[in-house]
Design a protein around this ligand. Structure first.
Ligand code: GLN
Length: 251
């Protein structure tokens, strides 16, 4: 069986380099001898069937188009219902939620797959390094090592009762809803504000998504020394920024 990883609409949701997440997942699968295909799905075509879908960040206009196209297409919803995994970053995170604003602040319906809602912030855009402490397994969290990434968004997101946050922001803004939370997950859908691409900096998160998509068995260990070096460098840079600017940015 071939694992099919789909980068969703890189023509609309490719502005921030998040298409790299699909490539990273593909590499980490193939390094373990897993037969894998990485598909780049254009918004001009029907969305292909896949086991793991990656949505990235984008500007406000293309984000509205992508949401409309995904709604009309219907494949993402049915794939999720049939057990596929969805990983969504920033604009993607907002799209899979219940509602999100356009450039004027007018709200649009999202896909309603993840119980989050986004509104337009009134302050300055949230831009910069982010560090998040994942909630522990014993508290219903994912229990992964510190999440490191880069945010650049105007939308502020709050979680509904069906979604759980990934964790607590240690540096940066994250969801920006006033509760210091970052990201959300619900069943097999996981969203975050973090770019990077975030899976390059957070191999444990990449492997969690691969574990979900391959049926939950343990994955072979990889040599992550380069990823670890990148993490250390980025986490140090955030620590220096914390010392300069304080604990967390306010949206
Ligand atoms: N347009 C959205 C916002 O500004 C998403 C931005 C992004 O994907 N980086 O909130």
């Amino acid at each position: 069986m071939t694992l099919r990883i789909v980068a969703v609409y890189p023509d609309l949701l490719g502005t921030y380099g998040d298409t790299g997440n699909a490539e990273i997942l593909g590499r980490r699968a193939s390094w373990r001898g897993i037969d894998v295909d990485v598909l780049h799905a254009s918004s001009a075509d029907p969305l292909p069937r896949g086991d793991l879908y990656c949505l990235g960040g984008g500007e406000d206009g293309p984000q509205v188009l992508a949401a409309q196209r995904l709604k009309d297409d219907g494949t993402l919803r049915s794939a999720l219902e049939e057990g596929a995994v969805v990983f969504a970053v920033c604009a993607g995170f907002q799209i899979v939620g219940n509602s999100f604003p356009d450039a004027q602040g007018t709200l649009h319906n999202g896909l309603g797959l993840l119980d989050v809602a986004t509104r337009k912030g009134t302050g300055s855009r949230c831009v910069g390094e982010v560090v998040v402490e994942f909630d522990a397994l014993e508290h219903g969290g994912l229990g992964l090592p510190l999440l490191t990434g880069f945010e650049n968004h105007a939308g502020l997101t709050t979680l509904g009762p069906s979604a759980r946050r990934l964790g607590q922001v240690r540096h940066g803004t994250g969801n920006g809803g006033g509760d210091s939370s970052e990201g959300a997950f619900q069943d097999r859908i996981l969203g975050t504000y973090l770019h990077g691409p975030v899976l390059a900096r957070n191999p444990a998160l990449a492997d969690l998504l691969l574990t979900w998509a391959t049926g939950g068995g343990e994955l072979q260990e990889l040599d992550d020394s380069r990823e670890i070096a990148l993490r250390e460098e980025r986490l140090l840079s955030a620590t220096r920024a914390t010392n300069r600017e304080g604990f967390a940015r306010k949206p």
